[in-house]
Design a protein around this ligand. Sequence first.
Ligand SMILES: [Zn+2]
Length: 349
Amino acid sequence: MAVEFKKIKNTVSILNPMNAFKEDRQHTEIRFDPLTGVKRLFNMGLIEKAKMFYQPVDETLIETIANKTKETCIFCPQNLEKVTPKFPPDILPEGRFRKGDSWVFPNLFLVYEIMAIGVIGKEHFLRIDEFSPEILKNCFSTIIDFLRTVNSRKPELKYAIFGMNYLPPAASSQVHPHNQIYMSKNPFYYVDWMMRESKTYLDKKSKNFWDDLIETEKELGERYVGKTGNVEWIASFAPMASNEFIGIVPGKSNYFEYDDKDLDGIAEGLSKILCFYKKDLQMESFNYILYSGPLGGKSDSFQASVKIATRPNFNGNYINDIHFAPLFNMENWFANPPEYIAGRLRDYF
Ligand SMILES: [Zn+2]
């Protein structure tokens, strides 16, 4: 088999008070990411039991916050041009980048050379299943046009990533839908790691890791979900976060290589996954990222991809899913195995 999916199975036990303290043998799996080797863990008996630990979404709380923040929202059309920062003229003489109802402007405080907000349209709040492929595609194409404009003036800013935080459990402080956009002259840590490992794979095997990954996942059929346009969707074998899917754009290594069909495919896939999160998993907070190689470059070993995962549901007393072990020890475990969520998501494709 082309790509190796390394896992170690184990059995552990407790005396379970819910079964008269009889021995409860539980099956665990340690998995290693096939590209980076990062370790992840599963308890195979936890399927669907995550709902025992995470409370359901508080619809009333979401409605209340969406209504309460509408008037003063800095991303809404009545306030945006009055209160949001502008780029300096050497980056963007017009100050803010605009395409229709979508805007890109700087964050108030920066840690990268460019840290921008990409506001997705004039609607103050969208429920998780209201992100249509059209809305997402328009957002991505606006952001990529912005990156192209800045990169043409500042070619040294060739590294870029962007993504979305949705609701406070996913680290969003504003309910108005928006993406975060970063550009730097220095590589981003995880993208750089993936690029290095992809190069090593090509050097060792004379094959592209991403092509091999798609081919192997299709052959196995356990985690492969389907295709939207050019984009191939898979449940991650060793995910970074809960209910994680990856969309690979074959043959494209960075945003500037994307054509219309690629953007359609990414937007359509993400929109389907968001509906799946709400309807099937009843999870309504998420993060996604669009990874890219250096802008304008061409890599024969790396392929651009999208990653999306759920975060805890928003309610007054939600339990966060980043605990001490992933925070300080870079190891995390998850309830739903990738094979389980892939099987369920297929119905939406
Ligand atoms: Zn708003």
